[in-house]
Design a protein around this ligand. Structure first.
Ligand code: ARG
Length: 263
């Protein structure tokens, strides 16, 4: 979803705008790096990651990602579903490009949003969609509530999505992926203070920045060892040094997700 998640965002935009203006004045065109994935990463396909779903509006415009965890259930972020109804969203599987017409489009028969959800920075950012049409793609497994050990700092995680390839940039037409190390709770708290709710969130990113999810990647997967362990949730800007991406800590919500998957 697009939209500010924190008050500091306004200040960050002003700084970014000033920096961009300086860059435009000082850098030759060839000095500008080619647009990068997500932010920093590579293109990939839904053949390689068949469980990665586009979440679109009724007209087919993608606004979030999601993860297929059974033939008819998709895990996404609660903040992606704010203001949505089952009639207002579609899930698209097997479509690597935003402008593609391939794959499978399903309507949604039910949207479950964590009942404790209020704002991404308060945690509880998890939602499960029930599809009207089964997806003919292999789902991915997700962490169980006991697998709290997977979030050890330094562990490599994979992020995926069609989101913007730079802060305030444009979305990627093709699915992109990158890997980022998980960040300790203490480090993430030093970045975000009380907005970091360690029971409900996990941070990932390089201390120097440069690789991150960004706007439009929300709701999509963070994989650890090939298993769904996080949901793209929020961050200060994108790929900024000292501000890692924040992901829903899925193990905390695994039992609630399972109740929805089995419902
Ligand atoms: N809230 C954004 C979205 O709705 C995701 C932002 C992720 N930001 C980050 N720096 N990792 O698409």
């Amino acid at each position: 979803m697009f939209g500010p998640t924190r008050a500091r965002r306004t200040a960050a935009i002003l700084v970014a705008t000033a920096a961009a203006a300086t860059t435009a004045l000082l850098a030759s065109p060839t000095a500008n790096a080619a647009p990068q994935p997500i932010v920093g990463g590579t293109t990939t396909t839904t053949t390689a990651y068949p469980f990665v779903m586009q979440i679109t509006d009724a007209s087919g415009s993608q606004f979030c990602g999601g993860t297929l965890v059974s033939a008819t259930k998709v895990v996404t972020a609660a903040h992606c579903m704010a203001g949505e109804t089952p009639a207002s969203v579609r899930v698209v599987g097997g479509r690597t490009k935003l402008n593609g017409t391939d794959g499978t489009v399903s309507k949604v028969s039910k949207i479950w949003v964590n009942p404790d959800y209020s704002d991404a920075t308060n945690g509880d950012d998890v939602s499960v969609l029930t599809l009207s049409t089964s997806m003919p793609y292999k789902p991915v497994s997700y962490v169980s509530s006991s697998q709290t050990g997977v979030y050890a700092a330094g562990t490599t995680a994979r992020i995926l999505g069609w989101g913007t390839t730079s802060e305030n940039g444009s979305s990627s037409n093709q699915l992109r992926t990158a890997t980022v190390p998980l960040v300790s709770d203490a480090s993430c708290r030093s970045s975000y203070g009380s907005d970091y709710v360690q029971s409900d969130m996990v941070c990932a990113g390089l201390s120097s920045g440069g690789v991150d999810t960004c706007q439009g990647d929300s709701g999509g997967p963070l994989l650890i060892g090939g298993v769904l362990a996080g949901i793209t949730s929020w961050g200060e800007g994108c790929a900024e040094a000292g501000y890692p991406g924040v992901y829903t800590r899925l193990a905390t919500f695994a039992d609630q997700v399972t109740a929805q998957v089995n419902s």
